[in-house]
Design a protein around this ligand. Structure first.
Ligand code: URA
Length: 440
């Protein structure tokens, strides 16, 4: 019998029938080889959006995407390697803090991070706002840095999950991004290819996350942890709130400055709390033999590393090793400042009841902190400093946020957009729960 026609496989999924392992593997292999045209793959993605995939199909899809390219071998690095990945957020600078905290506790951090996507920021862009910092280390330099310092954060090396690269670009233009199984396969294929032993997922939920409702976010967490289990890698998801930006700073060097404050023992409490939860979970999975610490003990160990300044020293060692100028970390006033800044002030009295956090990410992009096209250059000093949180009382004229941009035009665009993202009412709300749930 000849090869099954792809149109028949699309039809099967359209009817809601599960695909077999060989159908899924063939589909990924043929698509990467250029043998399935984009219009047919678009139809398949749309069918998956409507009909979903069961856990077995999803694990097969993810593994086929992982195996479409290189799979990194981290075994030359001693110890249990625990990766951490956020499903995306606004003001999310957690990797800059969690990585050094975990490394300071003796668990190696060999991490590949990404760039900003849509309204969300990316760790690589933030790190590159430190003058001289190189995210493009060779494989040898990467291994040496992890051996010497216990930590290195770089961009993806080699040809990691090329199927995801192709599918993501297609999803972006066919309205098939926010499908739970497709997001789960996209993220987990890259995480499994990056070679760590265990994975901690920061699944964001709320107005600044890709999946905004709590039930959908829990489902995403459940699907991703099931994929991890199916691939033989312990995976835990920490659900964290993205109903408002994390911390004050949104924008690249602004976020590095805020992360340094946290590493020096200060900074916003919400950033610290989320970082300690994530670091605590990573330590409970990776410390010693990977069984010796509870989550609570991991959290306490993380706090000690933060308070003692050991995590701050690790961060400086990483910056130094990757070519960054440590003077900027020790004297954050040295960071470039935007040419134009202005405040957004409250236009009435009341309490802040909600924020359109995705919109705040878009506003930061308009100010220059993100890319309009793949080729655009980021303005590292552009962005927003949020001065109020949900639940805060405000009086007319109080400063809600400070915006920074490279031109007056961008500043006005960002300020105008931001104004519509903050909602008031006369009723006070309870502060948000930051760590919403843990899915194992
Ligand atoms: N991040 C990814 O890497 N993939 C998605 O599909 C969504 C967020």
């Amino acid at each position: 019998m000849g090869k099954e026609r792809f149109v028949d496989i699309i039809h099967k999924k359209r009817l809601g029938q599960p695909l077999t392992g060989s159908e899924i593997r063939q589909m990924i292999a043929d698509y990467v080889a250029g043998e399935i045209p984009d219009y047919q793959m678009s139809a398949m993605l749309m069918a998956i959006c409507f009909q979903g995939m069961n856990d077995e199909e999803l694990t097969t899809l993810t593994l086929a995407m992982r195996d479409s390219g290189d799979v990194v071998d981290l075994s030359p690095i001693e110890g249990i390697k625990v990766d951490k990945h956020s499903t995306g957020g606004v003001g999310d600078k957690t990797t800059l803090i969690v990585g050094p905290v975990v490394a300071a506790c003796g668990v190696p951090v060999a991490k590949m991070s990404g760039r900003g996507l849509g309204f969300t920021g990316g760790t690589l862009d933030k790190l590159e706002s430190i003058p001289g910092f190189r995210v493009g280390l060779t494989g040898e330099e990467f291994f040496r840095a992890v051996k010497d310092n216990g930590i290195s954060v770089i961009g993806q090396t080699g040809n990691l999950a090329p199927a995801d690269k192709l599918l993501y670009a297609l999803r972006d233009v066919t309205s098939t991004v926010d499908s739970i199984p497709l997001i789960a396969a996209s993220i987990m294929s890259k995480k499994l290819a990056a070679g760590s032993d265990k994975i901690v997922l920061d699944v964001t939920t709320g107005s600044g996350a890709f999946i905004k409702d709590i039930e959908g976010s829990k489902e995403l967490a459940r699907r991703m942890t099931a994929i991890g289990k199916g691939a033989g890698k312990e995976t835990v998801a920490v659900l964290t709130s993205m109903e408002e930006p994390l911390g004050e700073a949104v924008g690249n060097n602004l976020e590095v400055i805020e992360a340094v404050k946290v590493l020096q023992g200060g900074g916003p409490e919400d950033v610290k709390e989320v970082c300690l939860a994530l670091a605590g979970m990573m330590l409970s999975l990776g410390y010693g033999d990977g069984q010796s610490l509870s989550y609570e003990e991991g959290r306490q160990m993380a706090e000690k590393a933060l308070v003692s300044g050991q995590a701050y020293e690790k961060f400086k060692a990483m910056v130094q090793t990757q070519g960054g100028d440590v003077n900027f970390i020790e004297n954050p006033d040295k960071f470039a400042k935007a040419a134009f800044s202005d405040t957004l002030t409250a236009w009435e009295d009341g309490y802040i009841t909600s924020m359109n956090t995705e919109g705040i990410g878009v506003a930061a992009g308009l100010l220059g902190a993100g890319r309009e096209t793949k080729e655009s250059e980021i303005d590292f000093s552009a962005g927003i400093q949020m001065k109020k949180k949900i639940g805060d009382a405000v009086k007319k004229g109080d400063v809600l946020a400070v915006c920074h941009a490279g031109t007056e035009e961008k500043l006005q665009q960002g300020l105008t957009y931001l104004r519509d993202c903050i909602l008031f009412s006369s009723k006070k709300l309870e502060p948000l729960k930051l760590v919403v749930d843990i899915v194992r």
